[in-house]
Write a new protein. Structure first.
Lengths: 96, 301
């Protein structure tokens, strides 16, 4: 059971990295928390504390998912601002 | 039966009381862990943001997660499990908030993209209007050119018509009078016998008809100035001849002014027997010398 959770958490970390979490400070923080907690969970598994490991992995997964959401949010905000700029520039161009 | 159930109640009552007390003690004494407080705050924050409308499923997940953490706290107190659940609940709330904001931003972006397209269309429309205006201006300019061309053609036609009329007038004039071009101008010579009775200076009715034609020709051809010169033959005194020739010239001049020849452009002179055009020795010669010459200074050239 912890092995499945470990795999899921690792997949979420991967997804967050692909989603650009490293490029956004807040997302990067949660990405690091997720990785650290995966490491901790691996130790807990080694020590035979599967119950603690499962909870640590839940935390890791939540952080990884949050990292991805934050990265996507930042990108969407930047895109929106960009699109807004483009409209402004076009308006100016036409008004000439 | 009655006694039995009563005793059963008596037996369970303390247990129930003890349980109730225990839970009251647990709730009242145990401090809410920071993680749970953070989770509650995060959820409250997410719930009042765009997630409520734009990410309801994620917000619902966050609520469930918070409830689980709360229940854990209610039953276990501030255990590590409670803290872990609260930690996860806080992230779920933050995820809901982020998803709400993302959705909002994406809608904004979609609106901006739409705006961009419509603005582009607007720009195209404007450019098209400008091109249309330019085309219309060009067409108007072309029309002006065509109009000018038409005006020039009309003017040319009118000039040709006038020249034709003038030529016709000259031709008809030549039928009734001698017309000669000399250095002093165009000289129209009318025979005295056609215009006047012997010794008189009143115009004969036939003379008026001829002068009408002359006037018509002069008006249609245009002129700068006209001098009417009267001449006699050599018979009689020079003074009488001079007087008669002047009176006759004046008669012709006066009549012409009634036929649209402006009075300020036409003068009369009496030249008597001077400048004969034929011999005064024969009746034919003398008849030729009795004459009125209308000297026309042409309008141009």
């Amino acid at each position: 059971m912890p092995q499945d959770s470990l795999t899921a958490a690792q997949a979420d970390v991967k997804g967050a990295e692909v989603g650009g979490a490293a490029d956004n400070p807040k997302a990067a923080l949660h990405l690091k928390l997720a990785k650290d907690q995966i490491e901790e969970a691996q130790k807990q598994i080694k020590d035979g504390d599967n119950e603690a490991a499962a909870r640590t992995l839940d935390r890791a997964q939540a952080d990884a998912e949050l990292a991805l959401s934050l990265a996507k949010e930042a990108k969407a905000q930047a895109d929106a601002a960009d699109a807004n700029d483009q409209v402004g520039k076009l308006r100016k161009e036409i008004a000439k | 039966m009655k006694t039995h159930s009563l005793s059963a109640l008596r037996a369970t009552l303390p247990a129930l009381l003890a349980l109730g007390l225990a839970s009251i003690v647990a709730c009242g004494s145990a401090a809410v862990p920071q993680e749970l407080m953070d989770a509650r705050a995060a959820y409250a924050n997410a719930a009042k943001g765009p997630a409520a409308e734009l990410a309801p499923a994620q917000l619902d997940t966050a609520k469930t997660s918070l409830d689980v953490a709360q229940k854990s706290f209610d039953s276990d107190g501030p255990s590590q499990k409670t803290k872990d659940l609260a930690y996860v609940a806080e992230r779920r709330a933050e995820i809901a908030a982020a998803e709400g904001s993302r959705e909002k931003a994406e809608r904004k972006r979609a609106a901006a993209d739409k705006d961009f397209k419509s603005t582009q269309m607007e720009g195209l429309e404007k450019t098209k209007e400008q091109l249309d205006a330019e085309r219309r201006a060009r067409e108007a300019a072309n029309q002006d050119v065509n109009k000018t061309k038409a005006e020039l053609a009309a003017e040319k036609a009118a000039r040709a018509e006038a020249e034709k009329r003038a030529a016709a007038a000259l031709a008809s004039l030549q039928e009734i009078a001698k017309v000669k071009e000399e250095s002093r101008g165009v000289v129209i010579t009318l025979s005295g016998s056609v215009l006047f009775a012997t010794g008189k200076s009143d115009l004969l009715p036939i003379a008026k008809e001829k002068l009408d034609q002359v006037a018509k020709a002069l008006v249609s051809q245009g002129f700068k100035a006209i001098v009417v010169q009267g001449y006699t033959d050599s018979r009689g005194s020079a003074a009488d001849n001079q007087t008669l020739s002047l009176k006759r010239a004046q008669s012709v001049r006066d009549y012409l002014t009634t036929q649209q020849i402006p009075a300020d452009k036409i003068t009369a002179e009496g030249l008597g027997a001077s400048k004969p055009v034929a011999s005064n020795d024969s009746p034919e010669g003398r008849a030729e010398n009795r004459r009125v010459e209308i000297v026309v200074t042409p309008d141009k050239g």
